[in-house]
Ligand binder design. Structure first.
Ligand SMILES: *[C@@H]1O[C@H](CO)[C@@H](O)[C@H](O)[C@H]1NC(C)=O
Ligand SMILES: *[C@@H]1O[C@H](CO)[C@@H](O)[C@H](O)[C@H]1NC(C)=O
Ligand SMILES: *[C@@H]1O[C@H](CO)[C@@H](O)[C@H](O)[C@H]1NC(C)=O
Ligand SMILES: *[C@@H]1O[C@H](CO)[C@@H](O)[C@H](O)[C@H]1NC(C)=O
Ligand SMILES: *[C@@H]1O[C@H](CO)[C@@H](O)[C@H](O)[C@H]1NC(C)=O
Length: 327
């Protein structure tokens, strides 16, 4: 009987585990941009990473234009990873041109449904760049490089050499490597996916980073449990992350009160648009490891006592009524 109880307990635990798997849908396009400027004539690859609950669900790219020989589309089978199905769909423009500019969406259609329930979109803009060599004559004091963009709203950002920002006064040896001109182009806010949850122990310092895209740089706010905006306090502070002010939330010495759902909201006034993602913070007891450990010990002791008890009863029954059929 005991064996049976144990068996049911194990089965229940396994079923519990099965149900605790989250069945969330996530669609992530790489590069992670709302709007992407693509150089005409260049190859450009878009990747949609999809996670979904059922094998029969569909994930497809919706193209701004009819597919033709200049676009290649790879549609793999769904793979099962940690109880969730995943697919990585590549969409490659062999040679990008203005004819392919437009919105491309990665969409999720649940099994049996006729229209998508989740969509992630990227807007491709075609740009052309002309590089011209600038002659430097030995002996000249200076040489001047020009950078102009023929895009409305585009704004010069910086010059790069060997992928590093050129600061005033920097000196370079002349080599074959080009100087790159970086131009900013307005794009709505986009908060990249965060982990689903983060665990902390009481008194820990917790950093939560929010990867924010968009230009002009969006303003970041942090909200807890969808109801309270986080403000500076002895526990809460904000730092810059990847060049975005306040995109890192620092909680110094967390207590149980800080257990909850944390949401990063990025707002762009230019687009009047907000993008947000959230993460669950679980604050655990410092002695959290002790309780399951004690639980197991108590369980073992109870089991041993039960076994001893039943053995005793069996023996007792046995001696009260020895071999009745042999009489
Ligand atoms: C690919 O693009 C080129 C122009 O960039 C065009 O001439 C050609 O017809 C396209 N290929 C197909 C199969 O449509
Ligand atoms: C370099 O010197 C040549 C000849 O003196 C001159 O014609 C040219 O404009 C100079 N270029 C620059 C960028 O100063
Ligand atoms: C240049 O740096 C950026 C980030 O700073 C990186 O994403 C990119 O891959 C680098 N490019 C090259 C050619 O190293
Ligand atoms: C938060 O506090 C820090 C230092 O205590 C201060 O530098 C910062 O300006 C404050 N920020 C806000 C938004 O009050
Ligand atoms: C921003 O959008 C909201 C609706 O999403 C609208 O109510 C509000 O008036 C807009 N604000 C501006 C400044 O356009």
């Amino acid at each position: 009987m005991m064996c049976r109880a144990l068996y049911f307990a194990v089965v229940a635990a396994v079923i519990g585990l099965g149900f605790s798997q989250s069945d969330q849908v996530s669609l992530m396009i790489e590069p992670a941009d709302r709007k992407l400027l693509v150089l005409a004539g260049e190859q450009q690859k878009l990747v949609c990473k999809a996670t979904f609950p059922n094998k029969g669900d569909q994930v497809v790219w919706q193209l701004a234009h009819q597919q033709d020989g200049n676009i290649t589309l790879k549609i793999p089978d769904a793979e099962l990873v940690d109880g969730q199905y995943t697919k990585t769909l590549d969409l490659t423009f062999v040679k990008f041109s203005a004819a392919y500019a437009g919105k491309y969406s990665c969409t999720y259609i649940p099994f049996g449904a006729s229209s998508p329930t989740h969509t992630s979109t990227i807007d491709l803009v075609s740009v052309s760049a002309q590089r011209s060599d600038v002659a430097y004559n030995y002996g000249n004091e200076t040489v001047t490089l020009h950078c102009t963009a023929n895009l409305e709203d585009a704004k010069f950002s910086k010059w790069l050499k060997n992928n590093e920002t050129i600061e005033k006064g920097d000196k370079y040896d002349l080599d074959d490597k080009p100087f790159d001109c970086v131009v900013n182009y307005p794009a709505g806010p986009l908060v990249l996916d965060m982990d689903k949850s983060i665990n902390a122990v009481e008194d820990d310092t917790v950093n939560i980073d929010c990867d924010v895209k968009g230009w002009p740089t969006p303003e970041v706010e942090w909200w807890v449990n969808d109801e309270k905006k986080l403000e500076n306090s002895s526990v809460v502070s904000f730092e810059e992350y990847k060049g975005v002010k306040g995109a890192r939330l620092v909680l110094t010495g967390v207590t149980f009160d800080y257990d909850g759902m944390y949401e990063c909201r990025a707002y762009s006034a230019k687009f009047n648009e907000t993008s947000k993602k959230s993460i669950k913070l679980r604050v655990k007891d410092k002695l959290a490891w002790l309780w399951p450990f004690l639980g197991i010990i108590v369980e073992v002791v109870v089991l041993i006592l039960l076994i001893l008890f039943f053995e005793k009863i069996k023996k007792k029954n046995g001696s009260d009524n020895p071999h009745p059929h042999e009489q």
